[in-house]
Design a protein around this ligand. Structure first.
Ligand SMILES: [Zn+2]
Ligand SMILES: [Zn+2]
Length: 295
């Protein structure tokens, strides 16, 4: 089956991974690994969980990027433990990127940093959101004594990247990205020479993010609309060709395409074609629990 999938992938011109979760938990030559916990989008995603990614460093799952629905199941399938999480970096507070955090913390709680954006018109700041959920007067007071969450706020008005976490040669920075009127942060994780940029949901109109992501090993992009999108979808989500331009401008070694709730395989292929018109590097289509070596 794996051989068949590989052949299909080769014909279509993109990489298709069928490796299971064990690839990230198992020791390997690569210090840094990226595991997809959720590769789906906000709507029905053919069994995919919503957006979430786990960065493994030296065999430990330490950095969680986004926590969309389905994350808890996938997180435990990886063999990771929340006690090892040093940072939860939420790109924005749309539920398909954030709704699973209370479930992840139940029942054992946890102590970690939680990074996210400043407030916007219809959205609280990351600190206000955490208080609303986990404060003594919040939605889950049962969790209040079990957790120690410290918020790290990335100001969406800042035009410079903001450091949200640094430990040894691990550096995580955030930068505001345009996602309609939703305060949204893209993140870059550097571990020694290995690097990953998480573009999150964005319309791709600000070239600052490609500069921020310059030279990364993996650029994670979120398909959110077709090439001919207009109106609200176009304000929220980059067209596939724009993602290709971003990958090329950033000179990313690999683009990981995620956030998939595409109606058909043929439509996915069409969108990948637009991306490939502008980007000639390796393109990988995300699958839940997929593990990538980052080097
Ligand atoms: Zn989304
Ligand atoms: Zn969104």
């Amino acid at each position: 089956m794996k051989h068949v999938a590989s052949c299909v992938a080769a014909i279509l011109g993109f990489a298709f991974f069928t490796d299971g979760w064990a690839a990230c938990l198992s020791p390997g030559a690569s210090r840094v690994k990226l595991q997809v916990l959720g590769s789906g989008g906000p709507r029905a995603s053919a069994g995919r969980a919503s957006a979430s990614y786990l960065v493994w460093i030296d065999g430990v799952g330490r950095i969680l990027i986004d926590a969309g629905g389905g994350t808890k199941t996938a997180f435990h399938q990886t063999g990771a433990t929340f006690d090892d999480i040093d940072l939860v970096a939420l790109s924005h507070l749309h539920p398909d990127h954030s709704a699973e955090l209370p479930a992840l913390l139940w029942p054992d709680g946890g102590t970690t940093l939680v990074a996210g954006p400043t407030a916007g018109e219809a959205f609280p700041s990351i600190g206000e959101w955490l208080d609303t959920l986990f404060g003594a007067d919040g939605a889950y007071p049962i969790l209040t004594p079990r957790i120690g969450l410290e918020s790290v706020t990335v100001d969406v008005a800042s035009t410079d990247p903001v450091v949200v976490y640094r430990d040894g040669d691990v550096l995580v920075r955030g930068l505001s990205v345009p996602h309609g009127d939703v305060p949204t942060i893209g993140y870059r994780v550097d571990v020694g020479d290995a690097s990953i940029a998480f573009a999150s949901d964005q319309n791709g109109s600000d070239p600052a993010f490609a500069e921020f992501a310059e030279g990364v090993d993996v650029l994670v992009v979120h398909f959110g609309g077709p090439e001919n999108s207009t109106g609200n979808i176009a304000a929220l989500h980059a067209k596939p060709s724009v993602w290709g331009q971003m990958g090329a401008t950033a000179d990313a070694s690999q683009v990981l395409v995620s956030h998939l709730n595409i109606p058909s395989y043929a439509e996915l292929e069409t969108r990948l074609g637009y991306l490939r018109e502008n980007y000639s590097g390796m393109v990988t289509v995300a699958e839940d629990l997929m593990c990538l070596d980052v080097e």
